[in-house]
Design a protein around this ligand. Structure first.
Ligand code: ZN
Length: 196
């Protein structure tokens, strides 16, 4: 037999009628020990009383009602992602339009930044050799891009006006407007499909 009194989890084992390898010595102890027998009888009384209590089922929607009152703390990155998602349209054509709008805005911003930088440089003059070289490289890049898009003669005419940067911005804007137009066309065809 076991030479110590039973622990409460061991009494639970006997109460549940467990028949495992370790239960036989516990049962042997209870047979010999009046103390533990009394505790087991008490536990059995409580278990029986609990079993006789009316079994209640919660009303439907109980879980939802409780959870609606629970304040769930959202990590900041999840919250940021969710609020960003709210601004993205559901349908594909609308997404294209939104993308084109964002592209248009960023092109306009960067083009005006380039224009400001160039015109500031032209008024002040080449303050240092480095900025002068940077400006030359930038203008040459724009010229090449413009020649590719518009042809050499048009580029020369634009250069005569000294508005290469503005022309480049114009080309970029045209590209973005084209993308927006494509988005609108997709939107129109989608709504036509929905209508038919
Ligand atoms: Zn005992």
């Amino acid at each position: 037999m076991q030479h110590r009194h039973l622990l409460s989890n061991e009494i639970d084992l006997l109460l549940d009628g467990e028949a495992g390898f370790g239960v036989a010595p516990l049962r042997a102890h209870v047979d010999e020990c009046a103390d533990c027998r009394a505790r087991l009888d008490e536990a059995r009384l409580v278990a029986d009383a609990l079993e006789r209590l009316p079994h209640l089922a919660p009303r439907t929607g109980f879980t939802e009602r409780v959870l609606s009152r629970v304040q769930i703390v959202e990590p900041w990155h999840v919250a940021a992602l969710n609020s960003a998602r709210r601004f993205v349209p559901e349908s594909r054509p609308l997404r294209a339009v939104a993308l084109a709008t964002v592209g248009l805005t960023s092109v306009a911003i960067s083009a005006s930044a380039v224009w400001i930088a160039l015109s500031a440089n032209l008024t002040v003059g080449s303050a240092t050799v480095v900025t002068g070289r940077m400006r030359t490289a930038l203008v040459a890049g724009f010229q090449q891009a413009l020649e590719a898009v518009l042809g050499a003669s048009a580029t020369q005419a634009l250069q005569a006006n000294g508005s290469v940067a503005m022309a480049a911005a114009g080309v970029a804007l045209l590209a973005a407007i084209g993308a927006a137009a494509l988005g609108f066309r997709a939107l129109a065809s989608a709504s036509r499909q929905r209508g038919s």
